[in-house]
Design a protein around this ligand. Structure first.
Ligand SMILES: [Ca+2]
Length: 414
């Protein structure tokens, strides 16, 4: 019986091999391409189903090292409400991570008290697993070094397993700043326990209005080395309902924000200051303290990093207008760049969450077109209304959300 089964298996196997071999020898180019695509899909499917991504590393275990003196015992990888925890054993750790999102890595002691965070240098304080090279499943940070609460890797994956070009690294240092502020202070409510381990997560984000350039008679605008920041606001999700009414915020000196009233959105559990016309166009760096007045009297503190580079490192979707024969707009195509490097090409899937196109005119604020919110790999949009006359357009807004939850309204004027 065994022999028969074995024989059948061998036969089937052989027939398949021959068939596959013969088929492939005689394939046309188009069929070959199709088979290639199918093979790729199968590989991707298998990866999605079964692949585990991990980050490994080792903390120095010398006598008197901080891991011994502060009893650093766990590493936490997190993004928003998702997190995974791994014990540190003999200094070594291996923590599971999700790809497709940026991940913060922090270290805590036996009491879940914060000890430090992973910094990838140059303002990159999250691991952008939105752009991991194909075939990489493990990132080994090797032996880490610790200085205060800053923990740096022996091997930096930026530019290696995470293949970001120079412009993308600059863009990342800007757009990961608000998320990084939580990595540096993961106890926003100040009760001594890392928030995410209490099933809480406060991820502040920033909204910017930007004047990025002018069309000046052309169908593609010129992007200057620096853009003009028009306005900002900061928003802090406050976590749970009913205690944020009457919230007030105080910023650092120079911010013009002292005991300012906040708007409270009970739908999204967001609070943001009523900045009015007294606001500067970028927030002053430093600590912002939100006091929730009703109920719990919670105080939430975030630190906004230096934003003085925003006007050169912010990501901008630069549009090209394509016209119909009658002068109406047919579609827009776009590429992502940073002002600092006008030849840069930013991989949208690594940084962008979603984008929409808004068209105003004649005159400012006269909205004549809103596209739907589109996914991050979209780089063109054919207008669903083909009667927008280009000559009447005042400005086009390329409005997008990044993977860190920040919002940008990037304006190009005629
Ligand atoms: Ca806490």
């Amino acid at each position: 019986m065994k022999k028969i089964i074995l024989s059948i298996i061998v036969n089937v196997f052989t027939v398949e091999m021959i068939f596959a071999g013969g088929l492939r020898l005689g394939m046309t180019g188009a069929v070959k391409q199709k088979v290639k695509e199918l093979d790729k899909k199968v590989v991707e499917y298998k990866e999605a189903k079964s692949t585990k991504y991990t980050i490994t590393g080792k903390l120095p275990m010398s006598p008197g090292s901080i891991i011994r003196t502060q009893s650093i015992s766990k590493v936490i990888a997190f993004y928003n409400k998702w997190y995974s925890v791994a014990e540190i054993s003999d200094g070594s750790f291996s923590v599971d991570v999700q790809t497709g999102v940026p991940v913060g890595l922090i270290f805590v002691d036996n009491n879940n008290k914060y000890s430090g965070y992973l910094s990838l240098k140059n303002g990159i304080e999250s691991i952008p697993l939105t752009k991991i090279s194909s075939g990489t499943y493990t990132i080994d940070l090797q032996t880490l070094s610790i200085s205060g609460n800053v923990i740096e890797p022996g091997h930096n994956p930026i530019g290696d397993e995470i293949p970001l070009n120079s412009a993308e690294q600059q863009a990342l240092s800007q757009c990961n700043g608000m998320f990084a502020s939580v990595v540096k202070n993961p106890d926003v409510d100040g009760n001594g326990v890392v928030d995410i381990l209490e099933d809480k997560f406060y991820r502040p984000f920033i909204a910017y209005g930007v004047n990025a350039g002018n069309f000046s008679g052309a169908l593609t605008p010129t992007l200057n080395n620096t853009v003009t920041m028009q306005f900002y606001n900061i928003t802090l999700p406050y976590g749970s309902a009913s205690d944020a009414g009457g919230a007030k915020v105080t910023g650092p000196s120079g911010s013009n924000i002292t005991n300012k009233d906040c708007y409270v959105s009970n739908n999204s559990y967001n609070i943001y200051p009523d900045l009015g016309s007294s606001s500067t166009t970028i927030p002053t760096a430093g600590a912002y303290t939100f006091s929730l007045q009703n109920g719990s009297n919670r105080v939430l503190t975030i630190n906004i990093p230096d934003q003085s580079q925003a006007n050169s490192k912010i990501i901008v979707a630069v549009p090209t207008v394509v016209l119909n024969g009658d002068g109406t707009i047919n579609k827009l195509t776009w590429e992502y760049r940073i002002p600092n490097d006008s030849s840069s090409n930013i991989t949208p899937t690594a940084f962008i969450d979603s984008i929409m196109v808004q068209i105003n005119g004649p005159g400012p604020g006269n909205r004549v077109y809103d596209s739907p919110m589109m996914p991050n790999d979209t780089t063109e949009h054919t207008l669903t209304k083909q009667d927008i006359v280009w000559a009447n357009v005042y400005n086009i807004s390329m409005a997008y959300n990044d993977v860190y939850g920040n919002h940008y309204v990037v304006n190009f004027y005629k």
